[in-house]
Design a protein around this ligand. Structure first.
Ligand SMILES: Cc1cc2nc3c(=O)[nH]c(=O)nc-3n(C[C@H](O)[C@H](O)[C@H](O)COP(=O)(O)OP(=O)(O)OC[C@H]3O[C@@H](n4cnc5c(N)ncnc54)[C@H](O)[C@@H]3O)c2cc1C
Ligand code: SF4
Ligand code: SF4
Length: 452
């Protein structure tokens, strides 16, 4: 990616949207909206001082909302360019409130609240669609209770939990525990404020809040407005400190998730949703189980699937190694339902097709290997480009030339075309680049022969 950012022939237009495409092969005119970042890219050094000081905290989409980010942020650490962006939906200043802390903090004078979207016109010979995929929404399968049971997560969410740069620094903490810890933090903050307020009353009236409150309950000071406020502050204190102590006690027992269940084909190979195999999910479940075991050697994983599709050089060996060395058990069976047990533990109800028995097993966390779905913006992009989509919503291609779309000069690669893993996506990207280069080479040849 760094190479792409530095390449003299590549004009990287991140945070931009293709709005209009006119013309035809060899001579497309593309209109792009370069969205305002409110940060001057050429001035921003990427130091992150603004981000540190920004008081606005919002859920972090890159970390699947398992963590938070600031209103001024970098979408992810390795992003190119490394400049920050202000989120116009959450920034206080851009929403008419007083703030501007980032502007005061920025030594490079890069913050510009007056920046506007820019419209850029490009003349291009060929176009490659590489818009990727979206994760299938597993809440469409109600029996898996995704979003109802906190510790049922998608594989992409689990990937963020496993990542050293993720919201838990690579510790596989359970979402129910993460939520409880966040609640503790929030209650502690409120309690802190309340305690400070109580201290002021105690100093003023020379009495401990507890003693005062007993008297207040016995009917003393009922006409004193200030003491009424003191009493209500003390009630607030009692209302917070009890649940806080309870939560803290629970938190002492929190540990990382060590009994994992992976459920395959969630939305794939399912005629209610996508009949196709998404191709990469068997391998990413094995990968995630192996990494989780590397992080915590006590971790065991059960991978539930109709079959494990380890298609590729060395993949079968990787699968076997996972079983032999990383605590993975492969269970041939379709999971019927997930229930919630004690301590927010998910219980998997499944048919073991080898033993022909319905069984149940309790886990610390369940990971859903969701289908590869067409990316949500693809229908709009297809309309702008004038290309057709196939029955599933991926870009329609010529079966004998699988990077050619229905419009000459517009090519496609990766999961925008169909589900595939990274090596396949890269190979297809090279192929699409080659097709685009052909258009340019033919143009050069034609020009040369015209001159001759
Ligand atoms: C949990 C999980 C783990 C995986 N692990 C592995 C693994 O270990 N190894 C492996 O080989 N594969 C893995 N895969 C598969 C891998 O993610 C895909 O093969 C790969 O990301 C496909 O690359 P792509 O470039 O086609 O799409 P993407 O990676 O989805 O990239 C597409 C990009 O286009 C952008 N985009 C979308 N729409 C637009 C638009 N309209 N305008 C501009 N930009 C747009 C998106 O924001 C995105 O950045 C995993 C998949 C999942 C779900
Ligand atoms: S103006 Fe304030 S809220 Fe907005 S990005 Fe800067 S520091 Fe954050
Ligand atoms: S790769 Fe595995 S989990 Fe994914 S759809 Fe195919 S069989 Fe199911």
């Amino acid at each position: 990616m760094l190479d792409v950012g530095r390449h003299p022939n590549i004009n990287l237009m991140a945070y931009s949207e293709v709005q209009k495409v006119e013309g035809s092969i060899g001579a497309f005119k593309v209109t792009v909206r370069k969205k305002a970042r409110y940060v001057e890219e050429d001035k921003c050094t990427g130091c992150g001082a603004c981000e540190e000081k920004c008081p606005t905290v919002v859920p972090d989409a890159f970390n699947e909302e398992l963590g938070t980010r600031k209103a001024i942020y970098a979408y992810f650490a390795q992003g190119i360019p490394s400049t920050r962006t202000i989120d116009p939906d959450h920034c206080r200043q851009l929403n008419g409130k007083k703030c501007g802390i980032c502007k005061k903090t920025c030594q490079a004078d890069a913050i510009n609240f007056d920046q506007k979207d820019q419209i850029v016109e490009l003349d291009v010979a060929a176009i490659i669609v590489a818009a990727g995929y979206d994760v299938f929404d597993p809440s469409r399968i109600p029996e898996y209770r995704y979003r109802e049971i906190a510790n049922v997560v998608t594989a992409i969410e689990f990937e963020r939990l496993l990542s050293a740069s993720g919201p838990t620094d690579g510790h596989v903490y359970r979402p129910s525990d993460i939520a409880a810890r966040a609640k503790i933090e929030q209650l502690e903050k409120t309690l802190n404020k309340t305690t400070k307020a109580l201290k002021r009353y105690e100093e003023k009236f020379g009495e401990a809040s507890e003693d005062f409150y007993k008297k207040f309950q016995n009917g003393q000071f009922s006409d004193d407005e200030e003491r009424k406020k003191w009493a209500s502050r003390y009630e607030e204190y009692l209302g917070i400190s009890g649940p806080l102590q309870e939560l803290k006690k629970q938190a002492e027992g929190f540990s990382s998730a060590k009994r994992l269940a992976f459920i395959q084909c969630v939305g794939s190979r399912d005629f209610r949703f996508y009949p196709f195999c998404s191709g990469y999910c068997c391998m990413h479940s094995i990968k995630e189980a192996i990494i989780a075991h590397e992080h915590e050697p006590e971790t065991t994983s059960a991978i539930f699937g109709m079959d494990i599709r380890a298609v590729g050089k060395g993949f079968e060996e990787y699968k076997i190694r996972g079983g032999n060395q990383s605590g993975i058990t492969y269970v041939r069976g379709r999971v019927a339902e997930i229930m919630e047990g004690a301590n927010h533990n998910p219980i998997v109800i499944y048919e073991d097709t080898r033993e022909r028995k319905v069984k149940s097993q309790e886990f610390d966390m369940v990971i859903l290997a969701t289908a590869c779905a067409p990316t949500k913006g693809l229908p709009d992009l297809a309309k702008v480009l004038g290309i057709e989509l196939d029955d599933y919503g991926f870009v329609k291609t010529n079966p004998v030339s699988p990077v050619d779309t229905t419009v000459p000069g517009i090519y496609v690669c990766g999961c925008a075309e169909s589900p595939m893993d990274v090596p396949e996506s890269v190979a297809q990207a090279s192929s699409a680049a080659e097709r685009a280069a052909e258009v340019i080479s033919l143009q050069s040849l034609n020009k040369e022969s015209a001159v001759a």
